[in-house]
Structures are given as C-alpha cells and as structure tokens.
Ligand binder design. Structure first.
Ligand code: CO
Length: 169
C-alpha cells in the first residue's frame, strides 16, 4: 500500500525519531509500504518520518526507481565513520519544487539492523553515501534545506509560502 508523503513544513519532519524497539509484523508492513511509496514516487530513498512515523527506519535503492535492484531496508541506522567531503545536488520527496547542492561526507560506514534483526554494517561512497546521510538526517529531524545557506533557505521559504497561498485560493 502506497502511503501519503508528508511535506515541509510539517513538524513531524522536524522531530527526532525514536529507535525501533521490535522488528514485528507491523514494522515489516510499514517497511514494505515505504518501499512501495518510494518507488511509486520515483525516489531513491525514504525515511519513516516522511510517511508520518517518527521511527528510525529507512529504505534506499539508488538503482531506482526503474531498476529496483539494490533495495536496502535499514532499521536504526547509524553513521559510525565518515570521511572526506563531496558536494552534490539533492532533492527530497518532502521538499516540493526545490533542489540544491549540499556538502556531505564522501564516504560513510553505517551500522544498522536488517528486517531479520541481524546486525549489518556497510561502507558507502558517492551517491549511496549521500543518500544514506540524507535519509539518516531525516531521522534526526534534519532536511537537506537545513544544510544550505541561510540566503538560499530564505528564498525557498518565501517561494513556498507563495505557492501555499496560491493553493488555498
Ligand atoms: Co528526503
């Protein structure tokens, strides 16, 4: 089942999410729904807060949305090492009509659990590293627009307010 994506400035996106306590049927269903939602919206990553659940759960597939070959579902993911710096253009399904260049670590090591409850560890670089950092940021209530200059952010906020007003009319 595809879920509704929550968009900025909804405050759910700004909250720090709680660790997953139990990998039960409810969590597996949520993960499955998130995967469906991610692909349907042509995303390469999705975090649970984006579908209204403040839980530390993310889905990532940088081969997506067409190929769907590298799906990862990470429970309680945590960046344990980061190295270097890279800048790439980012967008977000929760940030309407905007993309911007964001500085990130070039390489990261991430620890998490999979849906079987096993501990996993992965090393990532390039797009995958960026995507993991972006999604894990969501779990801490951080959006990519929190990582751009104040000037750019103000311009975006103004433009968004205008759109939202127009939509209400
Ligand atoms: Co995002």
């Amino acid at each position: 089942m595809s879920l509704k994506i929550i968009t900025y400035p909804n405050e759910i996106l700004a909250r720090k999410s709680e660790p997953v306590q139990a990998i039960d049927e409810d969590l597996k269903k949520l993960a499955q729904d998130m995967v469906e939602t991610m692909y349907e919206n042509k995303g390469i990553g999705l975090a649970a807060p984006q579908v209204g659940k403040n839980l530390r759960l993310i889905t990532v597939d940088i081969s997506g949305p067409e190929k769907r070959e590298d799906l990862m579902i990470l429970v309680n993911p945590e960046i344990v090492e980061k190295e270097g710096e890279v800048e790439g253009e980012e967008g977000c399904l929760s940030v309407i009509g905007y993309r911007a260049r964001v500085k990130r670590a070039a390489r990261v090591k991430v620890k998490a659990k999979n849906l079987e409850g096993e501990d996993i560890e992965l090393e990532a670089e390039e797009l995958l590293a960026i995507c993991l950092q972006h999604e894990i940021d969501h779990l801490d209530g951080i959006l990519f627009i929190d990582r751009i200059s104040r000037l750019k952010r103000n311009l975006y906020d103004k433009r968004l307010q205008k759109w939202l007003k127009q939509r209400k009319k």
